[in-house]
Design a binder for this molecule. Structure first.
Ligand SMILES: O=P(O)(O)O[C@H]1O[C@H](CO)[C@@H](O)[C@H]1O
Ligand SMILES: O=c1cc[nH]c(=O)[nH]1
Length: 244
């Protein structure tokens, strides 16, 4: 069986239940929650590991930054047989009252990225799978985790000259937070018949400097690391709650 060109995995290595995340190092932290975690492959931004959770096989794979590499990973995971996919990502809040390490469950996403637009026109909605989303929420409610549910926005750069006015625009429309991959994963996943959800750990408080927030995120002792851990646990719970 030949390896997929980017994720460097063969179908027999990929389970039906998959967690994706942007950062390769997060793959190791998520896989540490699994029984018998073991590395699968590493190529470019795509690191993958596997293990068992409550008797089910789980694959964890990083997707890098942005829609194009996330779509490549999703397409190749789909070709390898992945069915249920949850993004455990990070995001920057664009509403007050969303604290560092709070979790954001995306019901849907504004498609402000180019990757999904290369597949289908902007009027096509980017929506989460409701079953996986219910699984995420039920874990977060049961464990009393501070979280927010609603619309997020995925974009291609936060270093644009007009970044603050763009954030104000979507803030005034009630969008909770920004990431860079959720809308592409929702859109392409749905077009491919996959079930996709997204839970995001807030790493930037609204109207706080983005770079300061991201720098804080690399400090393992912050509330944001707790957020990441809880997001991963919620994703595992949701993945094993559903039949494929
Ligand atoms: O932490 P991850 O999952 O990479 O998510 C967010 O972080 C990156 C930007 O810093 C983008 O990929 C964005 O979506
Ligand atoms: O503000 C932020 C933080 C993380 N990721 C984003 O896309 N935006």
């Amino acid at each position: 069986m030949s390896k997929k060109a980017h994720i460097a995995l063969t179908p027999d290595q990929v389970s039906q239940r998959v967690i994706v995340c942007g950062e390769p190092a997060r793959v190791n932290r998520i896989a540490a929650l699994l029984d018998n975690p073991h590395p699968l492959a590493e190529n470019r931004e795509f690191r993958s590991m596997a293990g068992m959770y409550q008797g089910q096989q789980i694959t964890v794979c990083s997707t890098g930054v942005g829609a194009p590499s996330a779509i490549i990973a999703l397409e190749e995971l789909n070709q390898c047989g992945a069915k249920l996919v949850i993004r455990v990502g990070s995001a920057g809040a664009i509403q007050h009252g969303i604290e560092l390490g709070d979790l954001i469950v995306a019901e849907s996403a504004v498609r402000d990225e180019g990757g999904s637009l290369s597949y289908v026109e902007a009027q096509y909605p980017a929506t989460a799978d409701r079953h996986l989303t219910n699984g995420l929420e039920s874990f977060l409610v049961q464990h009393n985790v501070q979280h927010h549910v609603g619309v997020v926005r995925s974009h291609d750069s936060f270093y644009r000259d007009d970044e603050s006015s763009i954030c104000e625009h979507w803030h005034s429309r009630g969008v909770l937070a920004c990431d860079m991959e959720t809308s592409a994963l929702f859109t392409v996943g749905r077009l491919r018949g996959m079930q996709v959800a997204s839970v995001l750990n807030n790493v930037v408080v609204y109207q706080q400097d983005i770079q300061a927030g991201i720098n804080q995120y690399v400090d393992a002792d912050t509330a944001m690391m707790d957020g990441e851990l809880l997001a991963a646990k919620a994703a595992l719970h949701a993945l094993v709650s559903l039949r494929c």
